[in-house]
Design a protein around this ligand. Structure first.
Ligand SMILES: NC(=O)c1ccc[n+]([C@@H]2O[C@H](COP(=O)([O-])OP(=O)(O)OC[C@H]3O[C@@H](n4cnc5c(N)ncnc54)[C@H](OP(=O)(O)O)[C@@H]3O)[C@@H](O)[C@H]2O)c1
Length: 232
């Protein structure tokens, strides 16, 4: 049975991917900055399969390494990394605080590097698959998005480079660039009715399951996904 780690699996996109991978037969570890949130999500997911809740902060390399160590101790392998954890802070550059800039880059960009750095040896052993969750904001810039755009433009470039580094080991690396997804992103409270036009977390889960089912010879390196009928 294959093993997946989803950083930031306590809610939103990560939670949707966790549910889809469990239903597809994976053992799934999810991380959150707090063990309470990770445990709550794991309790909601356990009906679908074998799930492990871990407290880990992607912005702390040692914390990421400990998460990988826990997974290897428990399950002995790691086949899929979904580097999903991310934050969104939006303000014009003259109003953007140094702290929010730092948190955005440390989480969305450096946090993905730490997640891959801590797991790459295990993923090479399993000839596994790494996904990063970038954004359409990783290719389209907008006012008020300086920190987020910088983090996601950086992540898109970083992931493409890592893809070229690791393909020779039989490791696939893909970056997913979603448009609007119904999640808790930027303190949003998802609402079934008003968010119905958005991509849903379970759609992201289906996408990952479908991409993992591609033949070994074929590498989906960069995938854009967007609502069919956007609002506003
Ligand atoms: N929603 C969208 O429209 C959209 C579009 C494109 C891309 N994305 C990207 O999708 C990813 C997931 O976002 P989402 O929309 O699902 O938002 P969300 O509902 O707010 O979920 C974010 C997840 O990331 C975790 N997280 C945040 N900082 C973390 C850290 N330092 N260490 C570990 N976990 C951390 C959160 O866990 P805790 O709060 O429990 O710690 C939570 O599980 C992000 O990278 C985001 O940029 C979102």
């Amino acid at each position: 049975m294959k093993v997946a780690l989803i950083t930031g699996g306590s809610k939103g996109i990560g939670f949707g991917i966790a549910e889809a991978l469990l239903k597809d037969g994976y053992k799934v570890a999810i991380t959150s900055r707090t063990i309470a949130s990770a445990n709550q999500a794991a309790a909601d997911l356990v009906a679908f399969g074998d799930v492990l809740a871990i407290e880990a902060n992607v912005a702390d390399f040692n914390s990421q390494q400990e998460a990988i160590n826990l997974i290897i101790e428990k399950w002995g392998q790691l086949d899929v990394l979904i580097a999903n954890a991310g934050v969104g802070h939006f303000a014009p550059v003259d109003e953007l605080s140094v702290d929010l800039w730092k948190e955005t880059i440390d989480t969305n960009l450096t946090g993905v590097f730490y997640s891959i750095k801590a797991s790459v040896d295990e993923i090479k052993k399993s000839k596994g698959h790494i996904f990063t969750i970038s954004s359409l904001a990783g290719t389209n810039f907008f006012a008020g998005g300086s920190a987020y755009n910088a983090s996601k433009f950086g992540l898109t470039g970083f992931t493409q480079s890592v893809m070229l580094d690791l393909r020779k080991y039989g490791v696939k690396v893909s970056t997913i660039m979603p448009g609007s997804v119904a999640s808790h992103f930027n303190n949003h409270q998802p609402d079934g009715e008003t968010d119905a036009w958005k991509i849903q977390p379970e759609d992201m889960g289906k996408l990952i399951v479908d991409l993992l089912a591609m033949p070994a010879r074929t590498l989906p390196s960069k995938v854009e996904i967007r609502p069919t009928t956007p609002k506003g």
